[in-house]
Design a protein around this ligand. Structure first.
Ligand SMILES: [Fe+2]
Length: 276
């Protein structure tokens, strides 16, 4: 696992300057007044492989929206709003849910949307001071590539009912798609450890479900456990600095969150749709 503090991220960007320069130049130009922009998650040298970016010096909702215009248009989330407040609230103590302090396991955002948001962004308003509450990211395409042939084929061929709403109960009617959807030569990935192992996106922390009732049965559990093992070994953990926005490719990368204790932690979440 690579855990990146802010300073370590800057070092990483400097060592990968050739790979990331084109992104940094493009984003700096688009973001204007943002003081620093750097990127994490670059893959192969010689390609523009960065899949996550941090924009710093962003203090207001309006500045965050302005910064995200470089990536596309903000789109309404589960409750119909452009902004969703990720902050612990009473009533969700026993759930793996954004408004709890519990660990959230590996997933992509809004897999029941068609298409899912191109990018997902988190604007840190209050950073947790308990030493946890990290946003964790990994490249799902690498996971697909490392699977055995039969498992990998199933990701392209076996449809899953991706529910269109979360614990809030509002959203879309959902979609039926494989984990990897190919459209016009481009791949969109959907994933939810929780859906594959419990049939819910935000299950109770101690949920136990008969495999016969799960979207892909026992195979889905097998798949989810492999994904979780890959994620543990390959994730990047980011404690997003206050007044910074972390944005990443939601149709390619999976994310998770570590448990935390500091209930002051507060992030504002955005969904972004890139232009076609
Ligand atoms: Fe999420």
């Amino acid at each position: 696992m690579r855990r990146l503090s802010c300073s370590l991220k800057i070092v990483r960007v400097r060592t990968a300057a050739i790979t990331l320069r084109c992104w940094a130049v493009r984003i700096c130009r688009c973001l204007g007044g943002v003081r620093h922009v750097h990127s994490v998650g670059c893959s192969r040298a010689g390609t523009c492989g960065a899949r996550a970016h941090t924009a710093r010096g962003i203090e207001t909702d309006e500045q965050a929206a302005q910064a995200l215009r470089a990536f596309g248009e903000l789109v309404p989330q589960y409750d119909g709003s452009l902004r969703y407040q990720v902050k612990a609230a009473p009533g969700f103590e026993e759930r793996r849910y954004s408004k709890s302090v519990n660990t959230i396991l590996v997933h992509t955002e809004a897999p029941g949307w068609n298409p899912p948001p191109t990018c997902l962004a988190l604007h840190c308003r209050v950073q947790a001071t308990c030493g946890s509450g990290h946003t964790e990211l990994a490249d799902m395409r690498r996971f697909v590539a490392m699977l055995g042939e039969a498992d990998r084929a199933a990701l392209y061929e076996r449809d899953i009912e991706w529910v269109g709403h979360n614990t809030g109960g509002v959203g879309t009617e959902g979609v039926r798609r494989p984990v990897v959807e190919r459209v016009n030569g481009r791949e969109t990935l959907r994933f939810s450890y929780n859906l594959l192992t419990t049939g819910q996106y935000d299950p109770p922390v101690d949920a136990s479900v008969d495999p016969a009732e799960l979207p892909l049965g026992s195979f889905g559990i097998h798949l989810a456990e492999q994904a979780e093992a890959f994620f543990r070994e390959n994730k990047i953990s980011v404690l997003i600095p206050e007044n910074s926005v972390l944005v990443w490719d939601n149709q390619r990368m999976v994310h998770a969150r570590s448990a935390y204790r500091d209930a002051r932690r507060h992030l504002t979440r955005y969904w972004v749709a890139a232009p076609n």
